[in-house]
Write a protein that binds this ligand. Structure first.
Ligand SMILES: [Zn+2]
Ligand SMILES: [Zn+2]
Length: 244
């Protein structure tokens, strides 16, 4: 325990003592938790654009909400992602997942925090891992990001609010319908009082079809949450959907 604490402290000290490096390529940069000009040019920042509900880029015929969200409002009232998913943003997500790099979590939080709307007192909740995977990896990467975002915004975060009760196979390669079926009913809120009537923002690293976050949202709705949003680091967007 003490050794771990000392090691963490040493890493922290190193984080601060070394010159800041670009989170994308490692080049020395002038500012902490930022990107060099070359990486900056490569990143597609999605920000607050797109459908007011799901965040997907709008077609020219659509006003502020896309046709799909108008036809059937999704359980997640607002979905946003900081950047589009590509080699660079994927690299950050992987280094966070397997390296427990607090600096990476801070970089992501820096670009995700502005996507939180100022109103109300939302609680930031990372999409949970199953306890087996948590035990394997030792930490939940999205919990690190949620904690850093909460620190920046003076909000609270709670990595234990939702429990993943079903261990699911990796969703990679599955269709949207298969994903939905796989994760259905996989999440539960053990203490409904903690979310009843509350505004919850789910925090995730990579957003693909959104089926996992949607299953979380259904669990939160069942427990009585008033409003559920999702903010993710990177989102898989078709190249044709990117407006440059
Ligand atoms: Zn760079
Ligand atoms: Zn939409």
């Amino acid at each position: 325990m003490l050794v771990t604490a000392l090691r963490t402290a040493a890493h922290w000290a190193l984080d601060f003592a070394l010159p800041p490096r670009c989170a994308g390529c490692g080049t020395i940069v002038g500012e902490v938790h930022s990107f060099c000009p070359d990486c900056w040019k490569q990143i597609d920042f999605l920000g607050d654009s797109g459908c007011s509900t799901c965040g997907i880029p709008l077609q020219s015929t659509e006003m502020t909400t896309c046709a799909a969200c108008l036809a059937q409002p999704p359980p997640i009232a607002r979905t946003r992602a900081a950047v589009a998913y590509d080699d660079l943003s994927r690299g950050l997500a992987i280094r966070l997942k397997y390296g427990r790099k607090v600096a990476i979590a801070r970089t992501m939080a820096r670009y995700m925090a502005p996507l939180v709307e100022a109103s109300g007192q939302p609680i930031l909740v990372p999409v949970p891992l199953h306890r087996f995977r948590l035990w394997q990896r030792g930490f939940n990467q999205s919990a690190l990001v949620a904690r850093e975002m909460a620190r920046r915004l003076s909000l609270s975060s709670d990595p234990f609010l939702i429990r993943r009760t079903k261990r699911t196979a990796p969703l990679k390669g599955m269709s949207a319908a298969q994903r939905r079926k796989t994760v259905a009913g996989a999440f539960r809120v053990p203490d409904a009082q903690s979310v009843e009537g509350r505004h919850v923002i789910l925090i995730d690293d990579v957003l693909t079809t959104g089926s996992t976050a949607e299953a979380c949202a259904r669990g939160l709705k069942r427990a009585g949450a008033a409003r559920i949003e999702l903010i993710s680091w990177a989102r898989v967007v078709k190249p044709s959907q990117l407006m440059r």
